[in-house]
Design a protein around this ligand. Structure first.
Ligand code: GLU
Length: 416
């Protein structure tokens, strides 16, 4: 993706494709094409060497017609306003696809967290939280983890916001440690939801989980848990890649041993038994299911034709460029879009927020049951639209999400 033809531009093209079926009033369509509010902040941080560095942070509230804005915070060198805006739009459609009473938001800081110490990351997180503290809150905008942020990041955010208020406000972020108001089941929720969508897709396509071959791109929170859960329900994970490269074993990889190898060496590369290969080569592996779970644009026109998979479940947000998506659609690959496949994370974030507001916590079985019911129902709603309107699953999910957001915008009307 180039600067002129960036990520947000791709999201708008998908919105336009959905609108061919929705025929929204022009003003509603325009409203949906523009973020509601965007905040850019400068984040000064004292580094361990005593120097002060200035990082740029963002928080975009794309739409709030259906409720408080919701979405993660990412730390990555490539974070830009364009990227955060695109991801905030996707969060808006995603929350609506699974029918949560939330709008959509996203935030991020342009930094390289892999080269920063825990102390530097804590100071960065606290100052960034302070800078966006007038923007966020349990009633207005609720952040969560995303790429290179985790439970610890959320604990620092919750603490900083609570210190400003003078009392504990657990509901300001989700994805917190359980001891300060986090929810059971949140850590693996995105991957749990993804596996539920895969199970529904397998039923639809008359395929079986038992022995199904899988390749997972990205071995962070989403990729690791997806590989682990798929393995535990009988699939055979033959390929895994991270940002440094991939590893393949046609007999199946030992996921627990692979996770230990990554913790010890920093990468999945070099794991044995297995063969090292590039991500592009790994796409050509004989896997029925492909789970891209790293960053957007990972599958593009230059590597899409390598893909052998029949099903793709997007753990990441928009890992496939629009151009590559067309190639897959023409080839009849069943793509479960991220706004459905990875929505399990925000669904359990919603449960966490509800539990925080009620100060009453549910057991894990309750969470899994409710998650399964929401994701399965949403899958079938999207599948029905895809059949009725004769569109792929991405367009169908966008139609469903955007329709719900547009309804809320229209019934609320224009202020003043
Ligand atoms: N970052 C996750 C996503 O992209 C979770 C967002 C949330 O829980 O608010 O869906």
């Amino acid at each position: 993706m180039t600067a002129e033809n960036g990520f947000f531009h791709e999201i708008l093209a998908t919105l336009e494709a959905a609108n061919k079926h929705l025929n929204l009033p022009p003003a509603t369509f325009e409203r949906l094409s523009i973020p509601r509010r965007s905040l850019i902040v400068s984040v000064p941080v004292q580094m361990d060497n005593g120097r002060i560095r200035f990082f740029t942070g963002y928080r975009v509230q794309y739409d709030t017609a259906r409720g408080p804005a919701k979405g993660g915070i990412r730390y990555h060198p490539h974070v830009t306003l364009d990227e955060i805006t695109a991801l905030a739009a996707l969060m808006t459609w995603k929350c609506a696809v699974v029918d949560l009473p939330f709008g959509g938001a996203k935030g991020g800081v342009a930094c390289d967290p892999t080269s920063m110490s825990q102390g530097e990351l804590m100071r960065l997180t606290r100052r960034y939280t302070y800078e966006i503290s007038t923007f966020i809150g349990p009633e207005s905008d609720i952040p969560a983890p995303d790429v290179y942020t985790d439970e610890q990041t959320m604990a620092w955010m919750m603490d900083t916001f609570s210190m400003i208020k003078g009392y504990s406000v657990p509901g300001v972020v989700t994805g917190k440690p359980v001891c300060i108001g986090g929810s059971l089941g949140r850590a693996s929720a995105t991957s749990d939801g993804l596996v539920i969508t895969v199970m529904e897709a397998l039923k639809h396509l008359n395929l079986s989980m038992k022995g199904m071959t899988v390749t997972v791109l990205g071995f962070g929170k989403v990729g690791f848990h997806a590989a682990r859960i798929l393995d535990s329900v009988g699939a055979k994970v033959i390929g895994v890649a991270d940002s440094k490269g991939g590893v393949l074993n046609n007999d199946g990889l030992d996921i627990a041993a692979l996770a230990k190898h990554k913790a010890d060496t920093g990468t999945v590369c070099g794991f044995r038994p297995g063969t090292n290969m590039s991500v592009d080569e790994l796409l050509g592996a004989p896997a029925t299911l492909l789970v891209p779970a790293a960053l957007e644009g990972q599958i593009h026109i230059g590597n899409v034709r390598n893909i052998k998979a029949r099903i793709i479940a997007e753990g990441a947000n928009n890992p496939i460029t629009n151009e590559a998506d067309k190639v897959l659609a023409d080839a009849g690959v069943f793509v479960i879009p991220g706004i459905l496949a990875n929505a399990g994370g925000v669904v359990v974030s919603y449960f966490e927020w509800v539990q925080d507001l009620q100060r009453y916590f549910w057991d894990e079985a309750e969470i899994k049951k409710r998650l399964t019911s929401i994701i399965s129902k949403s899958f079938h709603e999207v599948l029905d639209i895809s059949r009725k309107d004769k569109v792929d699953m991405r367009t169908a999910a966008t139609i469903l999400g955007v329709k719900r957001v547009a309804e809320a915008i229209n019934v609320r009307g224009l202020y003043p």
